[in-house]
Ligand binder design. Structure first.
Ligand code: UDP
Length: 423
């Protein structure tokens, strides 16, 4: 992707500023390190940012660390613990974590001007720094972590030159290093977000046996308990009941045969739920949660649990565009890219009142924040019943993303940070 291609979306001024910053850094070498090329938000971001950084003048590479199942089980435990879950961190876990980080040092060329290390999995690489400026880019909510896990990781985090977090709330008072707030973004020209012809959207819906005529509620997420797919399912069930009674209350005699027949038919065809999942190579829990969701959903033919391959970006884009409402009912969420993706498609998004989602959704304007299943159901119903409000919210949602959450803003923030670190 070339930076000039973004002019029609964000305007010439924004692109000119990025080019100026890129010129100041021209020829510098940069490395991004994370733990997976596919699945999850970090991979999604780097796929767009790395080519753009190269286009504006930095020689940028992206590498992943490799580790075995035990390592990724441990780091997934760390991930859950940083979001507040209780885990006991054992000596074996710490040793294994360090051993895998050390084994990756030999595979990586760490002699760059700038090294961005993403998330906890490769954080200990900093112990082997040779030079250059090191930035720890944290993509999760670390505002109230499990203390033992955090104090283990903080040993490494405090060795970086700078920390970048998504939100002001995620800054760590115990880390005496410069901390910057840079929210993540989506790429409007990626396969995941690019405009699509209506005929393709319909084709994809039909391919997955979805009825384009019937409202569709969709959550796109890794199968992870913190994304609460079971909660989404329950909210859907509740909302569906609301629709069957709402539509006909007072119109027909409740005891009549016609009421019963109509209600049964309407009940069956009122609403569809799509849970689009996938797996990430650094998330070993996915399979178990996927199975739990399937068990719940199996009896309802209007619930579609789709496990799509990691490269199914265009199809996910089509499903988001073909949906009536998008939902991201996370219990914890550093920042939900899927929320921004939905908003960019002109859809209101219902999101869990947590972490970054609280900043992404303007409650009541571009969607709704919800704290539990019944609130989620209530907002689903409200949006289904009010198509005009739904559309108006969708238009606002898209503009909110254009101003705040596109990759061009993200790139500009990174380039400014790098310039600052050089000075
Ligand atoms: N995603 C995907 N396929 C899936 C599930 C998710 O491509 O089956 C993408 C999704 O569209 C989004 C990213 O993975 O771009 C998830 O990012 P988010 O910040 O929402 O959550 P994370 O997985 O990083 O916790």
């Amino acid at each position: 992707m070339k930076i000039d291609e973004y002019v029609p979306i964000v305007g010439e001024e924004v692109v000119a500023e990025i080019k100026r910053l890129g010129d100041d850094l021209r020829g510098k070498e940069m490395l991004h390190v994370n733990s997976t090329y596919v699945g999850g938000g970090v991979a999604e971001l780097l796929k767009s940012l790395v080519p753009l950084m190269n286009d504006v003048g930095l020689k940028t590479e992206w590498k992943t660390i490799s580790g075995d199942k035990e390592f990724f089980d441990i780091t997934k435990n760390f991930h859950n613990a940083l979001h507040g879950a209780y885990i006991e961190i054992t000596q074996r876990m710490m040793d294994k974590y360090l051993e895998v980080n050390l084994s990756n040092v030999e595979r990586l060329d760490l002699s760059k001007d700038f090294i961005f290390v993403h998330d906890p999995q490769p954080a200990a690489l900093v112990q082997f720094r040779k030079g250059g400026k090191w930035v720890w880019r944290c993509h999760i909510d670390i505002s109230s972590p499990n203390k033992d896990v955090w104090s283990f990781l903080a040993r490494f985090v405090s060795k970086y030159d700078a920390i970048v977090v998504h939100l002001p709330d995620y800054k760590r008072p115990d880390i005496q290093k410069p901390q910057f707030v840079i929210p993540p973004s989506i790429d409007p020209l990626s396969e995941k977000n690019i405009e699509l012809p209506a005929s393709y959207v319909e084709k994809v819906l039909r391919k997955y046996e979805l009825d384009p005529e019937m409202p569709i509620i969709t959550q796109v997420s890794r199968f992870d308990k913190l994304k609460d797919p079971i909660g989404v399912f329950k909210a859907f069930e509740l909302a569906k009941k609301g629709i069957s009674t709402f539509d006909f209350r007072g119109l027909l005699d409740r005891d009549s045969f016609a009421f019963d027949l109509f209600r049964t038919l309407k009940y069956r065809v009122s609403l569809q739920l799509v849970l689009v999942g996938g797996s990430a190579t650094d998330d070993p829990e996915g399979e178990k949660i996927h199975y739990e969701v399937l068990k719940k959903a199996i009896s309802d033919r209007n619930v579609h649990v789709l496990m799509l391959p990691p490269e199914a970006h265009r199809e996910i884009n089509a499903i988001q565009r073909g949906s009536t409402i998008l939902i991201q009912k996370s219990i914890k969420e550093g920042f939900g890219l899927t929320v921004t993706e939905g908003m960019w498609k002109g859809k209101p998004v219902i999101g869990g009142r947590t972490g970054g989602i609280k900043y992404q959704i303007l409650d009541g304007e571009t969607g709704f924040l919800v704290s539990n299943i019944s609130e989620a159901a209530e907002k689903i119903l409200f949006l289904i019943k009010n198509p005009q409000i739904r559309r108006a919210m969708g238009i606002k949602a898209k503009e909110h993303v254009r101003k705040n959450f596109l990759v061009t803003r993200h790139l500009r923030d990174y380039l400014s940070l790098l310039k600052g670190l050089e000075a």
